[in-house]
Design a protein around this ligand. Structure first.
Ligand SMILES: *[C@@H]1O[C@H](CO)[C@@H](O)[C@H](O)[C@H]1NC(C)=O
Ligand SMILES: *[C@@H]1O[C@H](CO)[C@@H](O)[C@H](O)[C@H]1NC(C)=O
Length: 475
C-alpha cells in the first residue's frame, strides 16, 4: 500500500495471504487465499456510493459490537471479516480483474475505496461495492517523491469502521492487486482473540525496504488485519495521528506510526506476502523458470490457480520434496502451481531455498538484499530444473483425491553431458492429493511427496500428502 496508489511495481507485487512455509522455490508464486461471508445482505446493484457524508457524520460504532454475545465464542469465519481494498479510478479497469479472482460476492463483506467515481459495468456486480474515500485535502503531506493519496488510503480502516457493520471481528486491508486466499486468511485469524488488540501482517521480503520503512510495519501490499477493538481505538485518534507524521511516505507506514502511539506491535504472520521484488525476465529465461507461468500474462496466470485454490486452498503452493531414486532426480512440487525436476540429488535444506530468479526493490540481485535465504542462480547447466506448470485440476475418479496435471514450460536444453536419464522425456506430471482443510490447524510441517510407479510413457505420477510420523526427505 504505497502512496502511488499501488502501481509501483505493478504485476510483480502480488500478494498473498498465506502459505505457511515460506518456501520460496515458489516464491515466484506467492499467492493466496479467499474466504466466505455472511448472511448480511448487500445491495449489489449499488456499487458505488459516495462516502463523504458517511465519514463525516456517520454513526460511531457501538462499543459492544458482537463481543459480548455468545456468538463471540464461535470460531471466526469469513463473515466476521470486513475488507477494505485501496484502489484508484485510473487503474480500476485493470485491477478489478484481480479482485474478481478471489472475491466471493455472497460470502464476503467489504468495499473497494476509490479516489473518484468510475464507470460501473454490468458484471461489476460480482465485485465488492465501491465507495469514494472522503476528502483529505486538509491533511498535511510533505514527503518529496511520495503521493498524498497515502492519506486517503491509510484512513480506509477508520472509514470502514464508521460504516457501522455488525458482527465484525477483523478489518483486513489490501491493495487492488492484493491476491487473498480467503480460506487461509480465516485459518490464520482464527488463532487470535478478536476481542483483544491485534495488528497482524508481515514485513517486506526486501531487507532494504524494511530498513527504509520499518521492520515493525505490516506492508500493505501483502494485506494486514486489525482486530475490531483496535480499529475502534485507531479510529478515535487516527486523523490527529496522521497530522503528526506529514513526512511519511505511504499509507501503511502511517498505520504503523499510529500503532506505535497506541503501543501495539506488529504480530507477524508469514503468510502475508508483500513481494517487493521484481522478477528478472532475463534470469527467468536463462533458467527456464519463471515467476508465475512466464509465458502467460499475469492475470491468466493467476486464473490458473483458481481451481486448485477452490479444491484445496490450504495446500495451494505448499512445497513438498521427493526423490526419484531410479533416475537420480530430485523433485519439488508446489502443489497447484509448479513441479520442478532436478537432475541429481539435492538436499532438503537446499531445496527449501528459492533461487534468485528475482531482483530486489532496488534492482539488486545479491544475497543480502532479501530478508530470507536464497540460492544463487548460477548453476551448472545440468542442474537447471525442468519446470512444469499446472494445467488442470480435477476430482479424481478414485477416492476423494484431486488430480492435478502439470505440463512442461519451454523446450528444455539438451546439452547436459551427465550420464543419466534426463527429464525431457517427461511430458506430463500427474499429482494426486487428498484435500486437507485441517493442514493449518496442525503444527507446521511440510507435506511429503512420493514418486509412484507409472505405466504411462512420458508421464511422471506423484502422490502428495501428510508425511508419516518419522518420514524424512533423504536418500
Ligand atoms: C459464522 O459464525 C457465525 C457466528 O458468529 C454463525 O452464525 C455463521 O453461521 C457462521 N457462518 C459460516 C459461513 O459458517
Ligand atoms: C546422482 O547425482 C549426483 C549429483 O547430484 C551424483 O553425484 C551421483 O553420482 C548420481 N548417482 C547416480 C547413481 O547416477
Amino acid at each position: 500500500m504505497k502512496a502511488k496508489d499501488s502501481n509501483y511495481c505493478s504485476l510483480k507485487r502480488i500478494i498473498a495471504c498465506l502459505f505457511i512455509f515460506m518456501n520460496l522455490s515458489y516464491l515466484f508464486a506467492f499467492i493466496y487465499q479467499p474466504y466466505y461471508c455472511p448472511k448480511q445482505s448487500f445491495s449489489f446493484s449499488v456499487h458505488q456510493q459516495d462516502n463523504s457524508a458517511i465519514s463525516s457524520l456517520g454513526p460511531t460504532p457501538k462499543k459492544t459490537n458482537s463481543n459480548t454475545t455468545p456468538n463471540s465464542l464461535e470460531k471466526t469465519n469469513l463473515s466476521h471479516i470486513v475488507f477494505g481494498i485501496a484502489a484508484s479510478a485510473k487503474l480500476w479497469n485493470k485491477r478489478k480483474q484481480y479482485i474478481s479472482l478471489w472475491w466471493r460476492p455472497n460470502e464476503m463483506r467489504g468495499n473497494v475505496w476509490l479516489d473518484e467515481h468510475v464507470k460501473v459495468e454490468p458484471n461489476d456486480n460480482d465485485l465488492p461495492p465501491l465507495r469514494i474515500s472522503s476528502d483529505t485535502s486538509k491533511f498535511k503531506y510533505k514527503r518529496k517523491g511520495g503521493h498524498r493519496s497515502a492519506i486517503r488510503i491509510t484512513r480506509i480502516v477508520s472509514e470502514t469502521l464508521r460504516l457501522g457493520m455488525k458482527d465484525v471481528r477483523w478489518f483486513v486491508m489490501g491493495d487492488d492487486d492484493t491476491f487473498f486466499v480467503p480460506d487461509n486468511l480465516v485459518k490464520v485469524l482464527q488463532k487470535y482473540d478478536h476481542n483483544s488488540y491485534y495488528y497482524i501482517g508481515s514485513t517486506s521480503e526486501s531487507h532494504l525496504q524494511n530498513i527504509d520503512f520499518s521492520y515493525n510495519m505490516a506492508y500493505g501490499g501483502g494485506g494486514f488485519a486489525i482486530s475490531y477493538p483496535l480499529a475502534v481505538a485507531l479510529e478515535k485518534m487516527q486523523d490527529k495521528c496522521i497530522q503528526r507524521y506529514p513526512g511519511l511516505y505511504g499509507s501503511d507506514d502511517r498505520i504503523q506510526a499510529c500503532m506505535a502511539e497506541l503501543g501495539v506491535p506488529l504480530t507477524k504472520e508469514k503468510g502475508f506476502h508483500q513481494v517487493s521484488f521484481f522478477f528478472s525476465k532475463l534470469i527467468c529465461m536463462k533458467l527456464r523458470t519463471s515467476f508465475l507461468f512466464v509465458p502467460l500474462n499475469f492475470l491468466k496466470a493467476l486464473k490458473r490457480l483458481r481451481r486448485p485454490m477452490k479444491m484445496d486452498s490450504a495446500g495451494l503452493m505448499q512445497q513438498s520434496i521427493c526423490y526419484d531414486k531410479n533416475r537420480n532426480w530430485t523433485v519439488s512440487v508446489s502443489w497447484g502451481y509448479v513441479v520442478q525436476i532436478f537432475q541429481g540429488t539435492f538436499l532438503a535444506r537446499d531445496m527449501e531455498l528459492p533461487r534468485r530468479t528475482f531482483v530486489d526493490w532496488h534492482h539488486k540481485v545479491d544475497d543480502i538484499a532479501f530478508s530470507f535465504n536464497t540460492r544463487p542462480n548460477s548453476m551448472h547447466k545440468c542442474e537447471i530444473p525442468f519446470v512444469y506448470y499446472i494445467s488442470t485440476a480435477t476430482k479424481s475418479s478414485n477416492k476423494n483425491e484431486i488430480a492435478t496435471e502439470y505440463l512442461p514450460y519451454q523446450t528444455p536444453l539438451s546439452n547436459c553431458e551427465w550420464q543419466m536419464s534426463t527429464p525431457p522425456q517427461i511430458k506430463r506430471v500427474e499429482v494426486y492429493k487428498t484435500p486437507n482443510p485441517y493442514l493449518w490447524d496442525k503444527p507446521p510441517r511440510r507435506n511429503c511427496c512420493r514418486i509412484l510407479p507409472g505405466n504411462k510413457r512420458g508421464t511422471m505420477v506423484i502422490d502428495v500428502g501428510e508425511c508419516k510420523e518419522d518420514e524424512i526427505i533423504a536418500l
